[in-house]
Design a protein around this ligand. Sequence first.
Ligand code: HSE
Length: 421
Amino acid sequence: MVQIGVLGLGNVGSAVVELLEKDRDGIRRQLGTDISVKKVLVRDLGRARIEAAAGKITDRADDILEDDEISLVVELMGGEQPALSYVRKALSRGKSVVTANKEIIAKYGEELAYLASEAGVSLMFEGSVGGGIPLIRPMQTCLVANDISMVMGILNGTTNYILSRMDESGCEFEDALREAQELGYAEADPSADLSGADARRKIAILSSLAFNAHVVPEHVEACGVEKIAMADIRYANELGYKVKLVGYGVRRKGQVELCVAPVLLPHGHPLAAVRDSYNAVLVEGDAVGTLMFYGRGAGGMPTASAVVSDVVEAIRAKDAVRPPFSCYNRLGVVDPRLVVSPFYVRLQALDSPGVLAFISGVFGHHGVSLSMVLQKSRRNGVAEVVMVTHPVQKGALQDALAEMEGCSQVPEVSNYMRVWE
Ligand code: HSE
């Protein structure tokens, strides 16, 4: 019998306890041993609880961390503290840890992996990226024969849900966000979803695995969806693109380009078809070619599916513990201003003679060449102008936009996004 302790009984914690209970017989048959949830840590003893946790609830973490009968701790509290201290303590006391906490894995993964290997126990985090999609283990094991040149994905269910709803039903941003929250996709504080911080942690974890280097969130330039308007989604569609919040790590001659940002993906791109709260990740390996992983990236049960698989795997691997990361590479990070790509730009310009010439003059001065210009709606003498540039350094584009935004001819630069080629 393996006794486990669960830290946290929120959306994912409750689903994990229920799933372990529901699958108990199947798991026993697979493992040849029984798993039992001995204790569950909650913050507030007074709140209503699921039946499967009855009689197991405690509000003292040490009831789990200092219980020698508990050999495996499942951390599902989220957030940095106190989760990080609890995970450190569990590993130091020789307990395996399964977590879905992308915050602590992205930031402290290397240290926690070291603690786990010192103690000879497992540290597993399949649920930290892509919810129910098997992604971490395939990267740790099935793809080791590959030199990976790119990992790119739609890594946040909440924002993908919002962008899909806006695209398909013309729904306003706030309404789509409320729906995503009601469906349990969003973080308690949705600003981490909307600002790209959530996807940034996830691409840091995936890039660490892909490039065998320690990539932390601070290495990843991140921009969220807050500036995206219905107009951008409409124009992108007219031009043959979908707006998607993507995270990517791309190897470029010994350096790696790391970014989370909304981009325009051509309609035919595999990630352009990923809708609703689904996540998908593309991996390019030199031996395997292009792979795509696709599935439910958020929500209690899909994430519980990944967590329970880690629990089973950690028990199976008891005598042959595998290090979760191998961080033997030291990679430089590409300066985001030097990235070369076409860009989409939407701005508000005075609808008077010479204004387009002024705009193209500023662009020309910064070496930005335009491949397409559309003048769209006009209100109170101000026209909305949509442009696509030829491939250009991002820094040059930003300098040009900063210069023209201060001028009377261009009251507002509304948005700009990379166009994925
Ligand atoms: N808030 C996250 C998302 C949940 O929307 O994808 C899974 O990490």
